[in-house]
Design a protein around this ligand. Sequence first.
Ligand code: PBG
Length: 336
Amino acid sequence: MEERFEMPRRPRRLRRTPAVRALFEECRVETADLIAPLFVREGGGAPTPVDSMPGIVRHSLPDLVEHCRVLSDLGIPGVALFPVTDPAVKDAVGTEALNPECLVLRAVRAVRAAVPRLLIFTDVALDPYTTHGHDGVLTADGTDVDNDRTVAVLARMAVLQAAAGSDFVAPSDMMDGRVGAIRRALDAAGWGGVGILAYAAKFASAYYGPFREAVGSAAAAGTRSLDKRTYQLNPANRREAVADALLDEAEGADVLMVKPAGPYLDVIAELRSATRVPIAAYQVSGEYAQIQAAAQRGWLDLERTREESVLAIKRAGADVILTYFAEALARARSGT
Ligand code: PBG
């Protein structure tokens, strides 16, 4: 008989076989947890690839509708729509955002009509529409975003999105007081059933680079590192992030989102213990790009890394995950 230690607690007993490991698994990411962010552009033809996001494309409107049908058939409950705005219609104040025929509103109406069961989330912020690429209108001296004038525009934008058929408006601008203003505007316009998913803790992150390339908001500003630090959170600040997120809850946000996700798991976890409302997390373009880039070089295993990356986000406390991997994750689960 070989040597045996006296050891009442042997943690490896719970890891012994696949069946034991599965039974005691604490957390699982399911297709039903996922929201797919999608880019839509003007015109027809084949989808145009986004160079820094392998596998992600800018859809034409007809192609977007078809893709939404596929995602819904895979069991994905919702999509977040982002327009690639024609530079010709951008201006300093983002006038196009309030055009009832603007691209994203046409997209919402088309997807709503074609795939009624799919939840639609729309972004409320001015960056797709401004020549400078900021999320709002600028102050008179042009040095900063004017909070209150921006909020007034955002509230009107949210009402247009609700009228087009959006299920949740998602203010991603980080202006003060915008959730309350949007809630009041929606209710006054008769859209009391439309929810607000607030980008409650959104950091001034370098991880948005590929997204800005995808929608052309970086090109508009002439730089990849457009500085949004007077409104987006300082990556160093967890307490401030939680406090700001709780303000959004107090103003009427139905869901609080943390963004980016992977580098801010501590914020997700702390917010989870600070509130009872659902928490969403956005695994952003740069998080997607870095996994894809490493996998392309053979440095990381794509399937396992993407699974682990979203598992970590769920384990930290997110109920819902916005991820560019949504389709791939859903296919892995459905075996298609
Ligand atoms: C803009 C917005 C951004 C993202 C979603 N909405 C970029 C930004 O704030 O500059 C980023 C998403 C991503 O990187 O995937 N309101």
